[in-house]
Design a protein around this ligand. Structure first.
Ligand SMILES: [Zn+2]
Length: 405
């Protein structure tokens, strides 16, 4: 008994004398990505407890610390296809862990136009995988891209025409039920019959409605915005090559103040001039970077068979063999941050904001996207090698989930 009392007294005194040892689970040292100043970030119970200036920084090599990245449009990773017919819960675990290695601490698995029974099955699998607390914490919601998009060639992109349909609220509710209410964003075409009441229903139910793969007129787009649509999905892509120079879907989406845009700034899906122009109009507050990566992303370069098609994965993009035609994106979102800085000369703080703070704000993920006390401790430590981000460590909910050897 007496020994127990002495131990308690000793514990109280040591806590008072040396609070950092007992108060915090972990202290991370790095250069703040916003101002490059060295800081200690104290973590407690999965949250950031405090940020303290580091007066004697000895961090070598120079590692920056930033919030974990948030990718709101990703079709798959390391061979896992969120829209594929054979998706399993284990696949979702595999993709999530692989994404941690590239600094993505939250993502919205994106299910695209498919046979409706496969969409429903995959949403249910994703919902079940999200129940795993270790993995689910990195999946704030799902992105449904289609099947309510334009069936027209060019605008439908790689989506299969036979599965494209008009908006159907009853059908969507069935999908949302399979997803256990986890569909948080839907990409659709505003010009389709029934799209405007459908958008109103989505907004009433708390979804973000994003316009994409469409050939909407200025009026269609205005009506969609009036109904509550707030984003344009991968602006400049999901659009035919031949469009009218005056009347096309790009201008009204660029000029509409209420629409934020997502862009695939991987260096291939948009030209430098497009990225610079979009960025100049929307600024870093209204631009969200997305990888839109295909399942081949994260795999070794080479030839792959997908369905009946042969695809070539280069280190940075997926192409159709011999045609030099893009088949999809294959770079993680870190590449888009690198390209944004290169193309627009924006700062690293601005580029990272477009890949974490902006998506967090769009989806009211108030606990994510910034380094501030009480935010969830989702953090990345990275170096800049020849103007490219190199992830060294990733933390999710205060836990180290990846460390470079
Ligand atoms: Zn798309």
């Amino acid at each position: 008994m007496k020994i127990g009392i002495w131990i308690s007294i000793f514990t109280i005194f040591s806590t008072i004398l040396n609070p950092s040892k007992t108060e915090d689970d972990l202290v991370i040292e790095g250069f703040n990505y916003i101002n490059s100043k060295p800081v200690f970030i104290h973590l407690k119970d999965g949250r950031i407890s405090k940020i303290v200036p580091n007066k004697k920084s000895s961090n070598s090599p120079k590692l920056f610390v930033a919030p974990g990245l948030i990718d709101i449009q990703i079709n798959g990773y390391v061979g896992v296809d969120f829209s594929g017919p054979n998706l399993t819960e284990e696949d979702v675990v595999k993709a999530t862990k692989a994404l941690w290695k590239v600094g993505v601490t939250s993502y919205f698995p994106t299910v695209i136009t498919q046979d409706i029974s496969i969409i429903k099955k995959n949403l249910a699998i994703l919902a079940k995988a999200k129940d795993d607390p270790d993995i689910g914490i990195s999946i704030p919601g799902f992105h449904l891209e289609g099947p309510y998009i334009s069936p027209k060639k060019g605008f439908r992109g790689a989506h299969l025409e036979k599965y494209i349909k008009k908006p159907d609220w009853k059908e969507f509710l069935e999908l949302q039920k399979a997803a256990k209410n986890n569909i948080k964003i839907i990409t659709l075409a505003p010009e389709l019959e029934g799209a405007i009441p459908f958008i109103k229903n989505c907004v009433k139910n708390g979804l973000v409605v994003s316009l994409g793969h469409h050939n909407g007129t200025a009026t269609d787009i205005q009506n969609a915005v009036n109904a509550g649509a707030r984003m344009a999905t991968h602006l400049g892509n999901g659009c035919a090559n031949q469009i009218n120079r005056h009347h096309n879907p790009i201008w009204p989406q660029l000029s509409e103040d209420l629409l934020k845009i997502s862009i695939i700034a991987d260096g291939y899906h948009l030209t430098k001039e497009e990225v610079r122009s979009f960025y100049k109009v929307k600024g870093f507050d209204n631009t969200i970077l997305v990888s839109d990566a295909l399942d081949l992303a994260g795999l070794p370069p080479g030839e792959y068979i997908r369905g009946e098609r042969k695809l070539v994965l280069t280190p940075e993009v997926v192409k159709f063999p011999g045609e030099n035609v893009l088949a999809g994106a294959a770079s993680p979102i870190t590449k888009c941050i690198d390209v944004m800085m290169d193309f627009t000369q924006c700062s690293i703080a601005e580029a990272i904001k477009m890949a974490c703070s902006n998506p967090a704000e769009m989806f009211s993920l108030n606990h994510l996207g910034e380094i501030l006390p009480n935010k969830r401790a989702d953090l990345i430590l990275f170096s800049m090698e020849r103007n490219k981000i190199d992830i060294h460590k990733t933390f999710v909910n205060g836990k180290l989930v990846y460390s470079k050897k």
